[in-house]
Design a protein around this ligand. Structure first.
Ligand SMILES: [Zn+2]
Length: 174
């Protein structure tokens, strides 16, 4: 059954109101730099998955507007402009890739593409890879009525992934 993505609008409003404008934030210079960042973030989250793991999606740069950005287990698509090259945008799409991986392997309850797990992971990535103040981000998400999994739970899940070696690798069914 398809889960409705009921929180999408709230997430977009929160991001627009409280996160830095992607264009004013860190902009990567080229595709290679983006690929390296995607790999670094995914390896960090999954505690170094094996090579050829599908938990590291390929990066595709496409002609288009900000609406062309998307993230999934296998592929992150980014428009060929500063919006697509911004770290804030890429973190959002990486969070989609991770959430999809977690959902595929039943590590989490399904909460929708922009659901509570997605936002919890996005905030964790922002904390790890940007200088944005974590407490403020969480506070603003709360006041925007965006539901998100609290940090301690995201950390517990990552600990489980590490201790039990759980991560999607395309073959192993967990
Ligand atoms: Zn999204």
């Amino acid at each position: 059954m398809r889960i409705t993505d009921s929180q999408r609008r709230k997430v977009y409003s929160w991001e627009t109101a409280y996160l830095p404008n992607p264009m004013d934030d860190k902009i990567f210079t080229d595709k290679l730099e983006i690929e390296q960042f995607v790999e670094q973030a995914l390896r960090w989250f999954w505690h170094n998955p094996k090579p050829n793991s599908h938990s590291i999606p390929t990066v595709q740069i496409v002609k288009g507007t900000r609406k062309s950005a998307s993230g999934g287990l296998w592929r992150i698509k980014l428009p060929d402009n500063n919006f697509g090259r911004s770290q804030i945008t890429i973190i959002h799409e990486i969070a989609h890739a991770i959430e999809a991986g977690l959902r595929l392997h039943d590590h989490i309850d399904e909460t929708g593409a922009h659901g509570a797990w997605f936002v919890g992971i996005e905030i964790e990535l922002l904390k790890r890879f940007t200088k944005l103040p974590f407490r403020q981000i969480a506070k603003d998400a709360k006041s925007s009525k965006v539901k998100f999994i609290p940090r301690r739970q995201v950390k517990l899940l990552r600990k489980r992934i590490k201790d039990e070696g759980l991560h999607p690798n395309g073959k192993q069914k967990i």
